[in-house]
Design a protein around this ligand. Structure first.
Ligand code: GLU
Length: 470
């Protein structure tokens, strides 16, 4: 039998980091074991499910490169099958019609509470057959009255629940539509899911699902319930903590490799290793090594991981992602250095690709104004001589590359008997518009010669204007 895992999101919002981590763990476990990974869209809540969310989930999965072997399956396409299984449960005496109104069920619960008993449906219609003909009804599952359900959870360990705790849960609503626990059971069964990896917010559903599977004589899968992710304040992760949708991390300038690496470590560890390539994750990951306790999201660490990948992945690859951000910031990169060259000089200067795009604009776009602070400090009348001389020397260069550029700057400083900074800083502000850039010779080499010379002209004009004003 092929080991099969699944990711089964409800399309009621974007793919959030908690979901992405569940998907990752489920995917990793399948990959590691040469198994299959199913994507199943649980869209039975018609009011809250949207196509937009389906798209957002798929976008997130694609961006993270978590490819699925089967699917996406949509539960709304499987209503006939759910109906069939509900009929089967009724026929085998494992489910029954219940004609109670919600008020009646509410009353049963409060009665039970008043008596200090477990608040649940009291089984009024469990063994009745005197069905009225003109009243709506729901279908309830006949949960065993005695015994225990044991979950051998791969993450949480053994959990025992007494059947006395469990309700005869509704498996079909009065309009005939199936409920969550029924659809999940039918799908996991039909799709031959061998390992259910999901958030531990579902742990209370598991004994119910095991009982239904047992009633259907179906194989019981293994379960692995992953603890949730908390914000850095220890509260449940939410929008308050910043980005929570996976695509927001792309927009904010993170590489998918960084987010995946961050997420794999958020709830799982392998010694004190922090950086894992995809292949290493697949090789080393195991559900049994997942933490039992919730993990706290830490943006600083994610930034650290992102920096690592910006610096160490192939610049050509990082450039593909940077291209997205350049376009996002309306920077046309058709004319200018190869983006991979920009990655090489900027990667260790920023936290994100978004920032990298922001500080790389001058490679592709001319500007008419200089950063005010940098200009005030460095584009002063005293800099005129240095700029004029360095411009002469640069204009004579035939080989426009870092080394001769460096030599030209050096020679200018020497000739004028000033320090390198007295030439370099005005030149930097002239060429980039600001006071910060990668090493000046590399920066100028990446900018075309005519561009640099024109920008020095612009800086000289700026200085002249300043002189005229004083
Ligand atoms: N559709 C459920 C959710 O999005 C997950 C169900 C499951 O994994 O069993 O929370």
């Amino acid at each position: 039998m092929t080991l099969t895992t699944r990711f089964a999101p409800s399309p009621t919002g974007y793919l959030h980091v908690g979901g992405a981590r569940t998907a990752l763990y489920s995917w990793l476990y399948a990959k590691k074991n040469g198994g299959d990974f199913i994507l199943r869209i649980e869209d039975t809540d018609l009011e809250r499910s949207t196509q937009e969310s389906v798209d957002a989930i798929m976008d997130g999965m694609n961006w993270l490169n978590l490819e699925w072997t089967h699917g996406p399956y949509f539960q709304t396409k499987r209503f006939d099958r759910y109906k069939e299984v509900i009929e089967q449960l009724i026929a085998s005496g494992n489910a029954y019609r219940c004609y109670c109104t919600s008020d009646e069920v509410e009353a049963m619960r409060s009665d039970a509470k008043a008596k200090g008993e477990i608040e649940k449906y009291n089984g009024l219609w469990r063994d009745r057959t005197d069905y009225p003909t003109d009243k709506p009804y729901v279908i309830r599952f006949k949960n065993p009255l005695d015994g225990d359900v044991v979950i051998n959870d791969m993450v949480k360990g053994d959990i025992t629940i007494s059947n006395k705790q469990l309700d005869d849960l509704i498996i079909a609503r009065s309009d005939g539509t199936p409920t969550y626990n029924l659809t999940v059971v039918v799908d996991d069964w039909d799709m031959k899911v061998t390992h259910v990896v999901r958030g531990d917010d579902h742990i209370s559903n598991t004994p119910k699902q095991i009982n239904i599977l047992t009633a259907l004589n179906a194989e019981i899968p293994e379960y692995a319930h992953i603890p949730m992710i908390l914000g850095d304040d220890g509260k449940r992760l939410s929008k308050r903590h910043g980005a929570v949708g996976v695509m927001q991390y792309r927009d904010d300038g993170y590489l998918p490799e960084a987010l995946l690496n961050y997420l794999v470590r958020l709830g799982w560890s392998h010694g004190d290793q922090e950086i894992f390539s995809r292949d290493e994750m697949i090789e080393l990951f195991d559900l049994k090594d997942c933490n039992r306790a919730p993990s706290g999201f830490n943006t600083d660490k994610l930034i650290w991981v992102n920096q690592h990948y910006m610096k160490t992945l192939a610049p050509e690859y990082v450039a593909e992602h940077l291209a997205w951000h350049m376009a996002d910031q309306d920077i046309n990169t058709d004319n200018g250095p190869a983006l991979s060259e920009v990655v090489k000089v900027q990667a260790d200067r920023v936290k994100t690709l978004k920032e990298m795009a922001q500080i790389s604009r001058y490679f592709y776009q001319d500007f008419t104004e200089f950063d005010a602070k940098a200009a005030k400090k460095h584009l002063r009348p005293v800099a005129k001589e240095a700029l004029l001389l360095v411009k002469d020397k640069l204009s004579e260069l035939n080989d426009w590359s870092a080394e001769p550029i460096h030599t030209a700057i050096n020679a200018t400083a020497e000739e004028l008997g000033v320090g390198m900074g007295k030439v370099g800083m005005p030149l930097r502000v002239a060429a980039t518009g600001a006071g910060n850039s990668p090493s000046l010779d590399l920066t100028l080499a990446l900018l075309a010669k005519d561009k640099v010379l024109a920008r020095i002209e612009l800086a000289l004009a700026f200085i002249a204007q300043r002189e005229a004003q004083t």
